[in-house]
Design a protein around this ligand. Sequence first.
Ligand SMILES: C[S@@+](CC[C@H](N)C(=O)[O-])C[C@H]1O[C@@H](n2cnc3c(N)ncnc32)[C@H](O)[C@@H]1O
Length: 256
Amino acid sequence: MNKLEKFAAMKTYENVFEPKIERTFYQEGGGKHVLEDLMARVGERRLCLELGCGRGEYTVALAREDKTTFYVGVDIKGARMYTGATEAIETGVENCAFLRTRIELIDVFFPEESVDEVWITFPDPQMSNARKRLTSTYFMKRYARFLKKGARVHLKTDSNFLFTYTCEMLKANGIEALAKTSDLYGEEEREDLPRSLRTIQTAYEKQWLSRGLTIKYLSFVAPVGADALEEPNVEIELDAYRSYGKTQNSTLKKHA
Ligand SMILES: C[S@@+](CC[C@H](N)C(=O)[O-])C[C@H]1O[C@@H](n2cnc3c(N)ncnc32)[C@H](O)[C@@H]1O
């Protein structure tokens, strides 16, 4: 199936939300546009987001295992998201959905204090621009607009740069990590780490593993009152296997 056919199929899917208001929000400088249809489907359940979900491996697999929570995969690339949305429909996983949007706009779609948990799976480390890092204080401020108090953020990454940066971001703001490992598969199984770290592998994770890279994980309680957060002021060694120039070509330029 080509991309256009996937996009056409997704228009008929009840588990895909593609709000058309992004331009308006950029122009008018903000405002809430809560997705009432989506929130009605969440109902009384807990709500968990997977940001930069790609094919949505975590969204679908976690939803299958935990019916008390509603999972929403968020990504700008519809053709990737099609894989997870189709799998959820074909295998009867009803407690998940996909939201196609830029994560820069994510806070307009969810009410205050509505989200319990966030997974960020193998995000682009954005080594040249902290403002685009999904674990930066800029994004933490956005997330604070919809997270519940005590909401947990999970980061799973191959990138030593992003892992170190996120640890430094926590340190700069006096936030303790709840759990972390710099080599998930190099260690014995640990009780303080979510079991899903080993049972669910994403498309990017498999690629990085096949290249012999180690997988890192970090979780923490998202800061509330995040307006006072400070960016870390430290030099971090760049990932050698990524082209520094290439990371400047933001994925946002390619909306496929
Ligand atoms: C490296 S891929 C990882 C995909 C998936 N989580 C995995 O592990 O296979 C990063 C994903 O984040 C999405 N992404 C990056 N920045 C984004 C943004 N600002 N808004 C929406 N999606 C974004 C990209 O489209 C891409 O699918």
